[in-house]
Write a new protein. Structure first.
Length: 56
């Protein structure tokens, strides 16, 4: 039997949802921004973030 190899490589666009590099990079950047903003708010107000939103 002869081996049949494809002659055309499909052009598939990478998905923008689900577990892929784009989503993981975007999530990591959002988490870093949130953490920096949380530290900045706590530094400027002198109070923990949980007490500012009424949870402590």
């Amino acid at each position: 039997m002869a081996s049949i190899n494809p002659t055309v490589t499909p052009s598939v666009e990478r998905p923008k949802a689900g577990f892929n590099d784009y989503a993981e990079r975007l999530n990591g950047r959002a988490a870093m921004m949130g953490f920096v903003l949380m530290v900045l708010i706590e530094y400027l107000t002198g109070q923990p973030l949980l007490s500012l939103i009424g949870l402590k």
